[in-house]
Write a new protein. Structure first.
Length: 364
């Protein structure tokens, strides 16, 4: 064989081999691309903004952490910002999220009525809007994920009435600009109103604490005790922050543990007070459930899927699809079976201030 012919044959073999390798590589790449389209790559392009009312409160720190973890399990990116209880800050932060091309915004509102300008802008830009635990009013939002907050108020009042079916009651509401605070009050009054009308219960004070503030609740209850010569049998505190302020005021008068105090959120400090006998009860809203559900709903909506609910709640403009979750009443009698068994707080953390020989038996 001539030298030139050998070169031609060699080149033909090499060229054929390269074509074979290229073909194999193309098949492998195509398979990976198809797998990615059916798997996580679609979700990995999702960007979610989480606007939190105030991360200085323990409750919302838990929500943030669980929400982000669940969203990231879908491959989504989450941008988190805290409004620190300021509605103007929240408006500005949501606008900033829109400038970063988020696909969905999940909002824990400072003021349920003040967000329309940025929410309407989000909707016009095709961004999905989910109200988390607090309704966003007067805009065509896509979903509302929360607990049955009217039932929360009923649970608070039911427990207090069971312990003190008559007497002087002080009503301590949450933030007056939080829609949930009013829904909780509606639930409380469902139980209290008949007893008030019958004269069994006398309302000796009715005030609201801006931003659910402990300090403001402390001042309100201090003034209420002074005005009533300390003659108060129950404080219907709407959450654990306001309960904390109420109990501080009662402690100054040596009345902590003598006056019934309700709460909500099952904050660690609150369940410790319950274990010590200082706070009567709280309402536990399983944060694992609301945070994971909200992350799932956000991803569903971005993918043009509908959340699994037949409930709605009117927000002044539309009937918003409402993913409604069930709360749980927590007292000293069921701490083990609720917040501890659920892993929300540990046995050691809840009972750290209780002598070991006075604690209930630690669960296995």
């Amino acid at each position: 064989m001539s030298k030139s012919l050998k070169c031609i044959v060699t080149l033909s073999i090499v060229f054929g081999f390269l074509l074979f390798i290229a073909g194999c590589g193309q098949d492998a790449g195509g398979g990976a691309a198809d797998s990615g389209a059916d798997g996580e790559s679609e979700d990995s392009n999702i960007k979610i903004g989480l606007s939190v009312v105030d991360l200085t409160l323990e409750r919302w720190q838990h929500d943030r952490d669980i929400f982000v973890q669940r969203a990231e399990e879908f491959g989504a990116e989450v941008l988190v910002q805290s409004a620190d209880g300021n509605e103007e800050t929240q408006l500005s932060q949501i606008q900033n999220m829109l400038s970063q091309n988020v696909d969905a915004i999940v909002i824990i509102a400072v003021n349920s009525d003040s967000l329309s300008p940025v929410v309407d802008q989000a909707i016009e830009e095709g961004v999905k809007v989910i109200a988390y635990d607090r309704m966003v009013n007067n805009s065509e939002i896509d979903a509302f994920v929360s607990f049955d907050n009217e039932r929360v108020g009923e649970m608070q009042a039911e427990y207090l009435v069971e312990q003190a079916p008559s007497g002087n009651y002080f009503l301590l509401g949450g933030s007056p600009v939080d829609n949930n605070a009013h829904i909780v009050r509606d639930g409380q009054m469902n139980i209290l109103e008949p007893l008030i009308e019958d004269g069994d219960i006398t309302v000796v004070g009715d005030q609201w604490a801006d931003n659910w503030s402990t300090d403001e609740a402390l001042e309100i209850v201090e003034n209420g005790l002074t005005a009533n010569n300390n003659n108060i049998d129950a404080v219907v505190a709407s959450n654990d922050s306001t309960a904390n302020g109420a109990i501080q005021a009662l402690s100054a008068q040596n009345l902590a543990g003598e006056v019934l105090v309700s709460g909500q959120d099952a904050d660690l400090s609150a369940v410790r007070r319950i274990a010590e006998g200082l706070q009567s009860m709280t309402v536990y809203k399983p944060i694992q459930k609301i945070a994971t559900t909200s992350a799932e709903v956000a991803v569903q909506l971005v993918k043009d899927e509908s959340p699994d609910t037949e409930e709605t709640m009117h927000n002044g403009v539309i009937d918003v699809p409402f993913v409604k979750l069930d709360p749980i009443s927590v007292t000293a009698d069921n701490l083990l079976e609720t917040v501890i068994e659920d892993g929300f707080h540990s046995y050691e953390d809840v009972y750290q201030d209780i002598p070991e020989d006075e604690r209930p038996e630690k669960p296995e």
